[in-house]
Design a protein around this ligand. Structure first.
Ligand SMILES: *Cc1c(COP(=O)(O)O)cnc(C)c1O
Length: 354
């Protein structure tokens, strides 16, 4: 039976990518060797790493603009501390829009003063704060573009003369933005780009080398840049699968084309949430994420029926995050409009039955 995978992460990837990636486990590029057993210094893998780094910049429109792309390890969670280690001298400004921002704030506090410019914690992060001021005496401003857990997404970004750092783990490569507004972008691969095990970091080189503290090599962006993202053994297979996904995205027409598809999927689901009396959306309408849609049943007694129907339809991964409950439909790049239609049909069937 066909499965419709709405998992928040690790997430669905294109079927073509699964096919090609599985082939490489047996025989990588006709080398007669598995990608799992070759040296990361082999010319075949060095080419993958270089192409992947280049393709990431190309898709984001950042080629030739002073940026470097790195594939690091430790997840986006490692970037919470690496960002502060490398950039925070005295004070930094953070926008708190949810669990991931809070975790980034917690780590940054170990390195200096943190000014939380605004927070939506008062309403359990169901909206994006607006109209806040970013002080001018900070080293950088940090925000989270998409709230994977609560289902909100920043539609506009503030303007500040200070460096902008953004955790784009769950919406990178999903929509067109002026990425050159950001000085550092990071994203755990497993939300919209690849399997778990690598983190994409895009950093403007002139941002680095300004803090006075000593930075251990593994946590120093400059070291990773100097070593072409191969300071130590990189996550060979996750980088390879991410590379295949980026190639797939380019073949689809890049970010602009995928954004149109993502908007159609989100519009289809949100319109059902809005017209179907069995459901209500969790977030403020204007801040709704096109990647992660969160919603609840209006009548909890329908829970058993609804979940049996989901199972019957082959829908996977719809449970809300354990801290929020309810439902969350993650509609990453590789999810088809047909899968969203299957979910919407189940929702309207429930209304008929209720
Ligand atoms: C999942 C997620 C993280 C944490 O990623 P790990 O790779 O598990 O460390 C951080 N930020 C956002 C926005 C996320 O969605």
């Amino acid at each position: 039976m066909k499965k419709h995978n709405f998992s928040a992460g690790p997430c669905i990837l294109p079927q073509e990518v699964f096919q090609e990636a599985s082939q490489a486990v047996i025989n990588f590029n006709n080398t007669g060797l598995s990608i799992l057993e070759i040296s990361h210094r082999s010319k075949e893998f060095v080419a993958v790493m270089e192409d992947a780094r280049q393709l990431a910049l190309e898709l984001l429109g950042l080629e030739g603009k002073g940026y470097k792309a790195l594939f690091l390890q430790g997840g986006a969670s490692m970037e919470f501390l690496m960002v502060a280690y490398n950039l925070l001298e005295k004070k930094a400004a953070y926008l708190n829009t949810g669990t991931w921002s809070s975790k980034a704030i917690k780590e940054a506090k170990l390195f200096g003063e943190v000014n939380v410019v605004a927070s939506s914690e008062d309403k359990k992060y169901n909206y994006i704060p607006k109209g806040y001021m970013i002080p001018t005496d900070v080293d950088y401003f940090h925000c989270t573009s998409n709230n994977t857990i609560f289902g909100t997404q920043m539609k506009v970004f503030p303007t500040t003369p200070k460096p902008m750092v953004c955790d784009m783990s769950s919406d990178i490569f999903s929509r067109v933005l002026d990425f050159s507004k950001f000085d550092l972008i990071y994203a755990g691969a497993q939300k919209n780009m690849g399997p778990a095990g690598t983190t994409l970091v895009i950093v403007k080189e002139d941002l680095l080398g300004k803090v006075t503290r000593q930075i251990p090599s593994m946590l120093d962006y400059k070291v990773h840049i100097e070593k072409d993202s191969m300071f130590n053994t990189p996550a060979v297979y996750p980088v390879y699968v991410s590379y295949l996904t980026l190639k797939w995205l380019k073949a689809q027409g890049g970010i602009k084309a995928i954004e149109e598809k993502n908007e159609k999927k989100a519009a289809l689901l949100y319109s059902e949430i809005d017209i179907n009396p069995c459901f209500k959306g969790y977030t403020a309408t204007e801040d709704r994420s096109i990647m992660n849609a969160t919603f609840n049943l209006t009548d909890e007694s329908l829970k058993e029926d609804f979940e049996a129907m989901l199972k019957e339809a082959g829908i996977n991964g719809l449970n809300g995050h354990r801290s929020v409950g309810g439902y969350r439909a993650s509609m990453y790049n590789a999810l088809s409009l047909e899968s969203v239609q299957v979910l919407v049909d189940v929702m309207s069937d429930l209304e008929r039955k209720a």
